[in-house]
Design a protein around this ligand. Structure first.
Ligand code: PHE
Ligand code: NA
Length: 498
């Protein structure tokens, strides 16, 4: 039996966990969510969700991975063999995210190159949808393979693969130690650059101008809770896998809090940077900030390039921005693929090299779908369903299982053992009585919303095949893997573990 790999240092672990948490979502989702949901007032539900769900759940996941020293399937199987499927469901949710997230990293890589000469020209929107993505007419009309997208996606997979075959310490940890400081410096330089631009303060005003009436709207609270799980990478096998490599005497509670605070601090700083740019753009075009905000893909690949065109020294800011996006994306991608690799290593007894190569190779093949003319549509649908049902569903089942059906006291003692500060009844209560009902409510309201209106105006058949079928697939595959034979090390020898 070979020894499980281990992080080389505490800083190394935290940077890796932070690398997972800080991703594309912090840069293009948070600012827009805050803007949409009451501006400055959004911070109240957001911080509430962070304190009552984010931190407690992060502590729980770190504690589980650390206690059972296994990937998500191994951890849940050790707690109760009947629950192995939940770990696999999370792994497959992660796998689905891995194959489309990498496409966006690919775009960032391409755009880092484009930024040098503003290759997107005077009409960034036409460039992005037309020349670059070759967007087709519908999700079933694949059109041709886009060569530039394809090459960038291959490069992104190659970087992830190199880091992952090298192992926890020599690969993942080292990548975090290079990528995270680079990202922080990039963001600081960008902030310093943009806050002095004309109109920047006006943009910040828009972001932080509180609209307290938003607090009475339940949708704002739902948005805050929804954002917190995705942004912290909790509930889909990642943090359990990462904490399974912690040394015995690790300060779980403190590590969890640091990871959460650094992620949320980064989100706010990214919000400042983005809205300063939007404020400048609005001033240059003589319109209101409201006129220029957009979300997600549109924000990063259309609005920002448009703003960059208006800036002094556009190549400099453009390169910094897309380099930052790439850096944030790669470190998250590494974590999500590692969640899958560690599961297959545990279950089937595969070597790391083999697991990394098979999964990255297979992932690349599936990612090709996102390099076609229909890529953006499919990505949009898959992302919506995996976020709203996959992540939320797997997270609520996990929290419910552990806090209602298992002995949470054992976890509590475990996480407190080497920690500087202790968690107690408030921690359990937040998970049990606040987070579980909140997530159930959120799932139901998302579900009802999706039944009422077809997401994004797509056809029913595309919603079913790329949305519901993909989501259902994570559960079906999860159950299937539970029935497969396991490597000897996979089976827990603990008696009554929780
Ligand atoms: N936490 C990431 C983010 O905010 C989400 C994520 C992590 C997505 C890992 C995919 C992989 O972007
Ligand atoms: Na994040």
């Amino acid at each position: 039996m070979s020894q499980r790999e281990q992080w080389g240092s505490r800083v190394g672990f935290i940077l890796a966990a932070v690398g997972s948490a800080i991703g594309l979502g912090n840069i293009w989702r948070f600012p827009y969510m805050a803007y949409e949901n009451g501006g400055g007032a959004f911070l109240i539900p957001y911080i509430f969700a962070m304190l009552t769900a984010g931190i407690p759940f992060m502590i729980l996941e770190f504690g589980l991975g650390h206690k059972f020293r296994g990937s998500a399937p191994k951890t849940f199987a050790a707690i109760n063999p009947k629950w192995e499927w939940l770990g696999w469901m999370q792994v497959f949710v992660a796998a689905v995210i891995a194959v489309y997230y990498v496409a966006v990293i690919g775009w960032s890589i391409s755009y880092t190159g484009f930024a040098v000469t503003q290759a997107w020209g005077d009409a960034p929107k036409d460039f992005f949808f037309g020349q670059y993505l070759g967007l087709s007419s519908s999700p079933f009309d694949m059109g041709g393979m886009q060569t530039t997208v394809l090459l960038s996606v291959v490069l992104a997979w190659a970087i992830t693969w190199v880091c992952l075959v090298s192992g926890v310490r020599a690969g993942i940890e080292r990548a975090g130690k290079v990528l995270m400081p680079t990202l922080f410096i990039l963001l600081l330089v960008m902030i310093a650059r943009v806050v002095t631009l004309d109109g920047a303060m006006n943009g910040l005003n828009w972001l932080f101008k509180p609209d307290f009436s938003a607090l009475t709207n339940y949708k704002v609270w739902v948005a805050a809770y929804g954002q917190i799980f995705f942004t912290l990478s909790i509930g889909f096998a990642i943090m359990i896998a990462y904490s399974s490599y912690l040394p015995k005497k690790a300060d779980i509670n403190n590590n969890a809090c640091m990871t959460v605070f650094i992620n949320c601090g980064f989100s706010m700083s990214a919000g400042v940077m983005i809205f300063a740019v939007l404020g400048y753009m609005a001033a240059q075009q003589g319109v209101g900030v409201k006129e220029v905000v957009s979300s997600g893909v549109g924000l990063a690949f259309i609005t920002l390039p448009t703003a960059i065109n208006l800036m002094p020294m556009p190549a400099l800011f453009g390169t910094l921005f897309f380099l930052a996006l790439t850096t944030a994306g790669i470190s998250s991608h590494i974590s999500i693929v590692e969640a899958c690799i560690s599961a297959f290593m545990d279950k089937l007894g595969w070597e790391r090299k083999r697991a990394a190569s098979i999964l990255c190779g297979g992932g690349l093949v599936i990612s090709l779908v996102f390099c076609t003319g229909a890529g953006l549509y499919i990505l949009d649908i898959v992302d919506h369903f995996i976020n709203n049902f996959g992540i939320m569903g797997a997270a609520v089942i996990e929290i419910f299982f552990i806090t209602w059906l298992c002995n949470l006291e054992v976890v509590r003692e475990h996480v407190n053992r080497y920690s500087e500060f202790y968690v107690g009844a408030v921690w359990s209560a937040c998970l049990r009585y606040l987070t579980v009902p909140m997530l159930v409510f959120l799932l139901i309201s998302n579900f009802v919303g999706d039944l009422k209106v077809l997401y994004g105006g797509y056809s029913l058949s595309s919603i079913i095949s790329y949305g519901w079928v993909v989501f259902a697939g994570t559960v079906v595959l999860g159950v299937f893997l539970q029935t497969r034979r396991s490597a000897p090390d996979f089976v827990s020898t603990l008696k009554n573990p929780l």
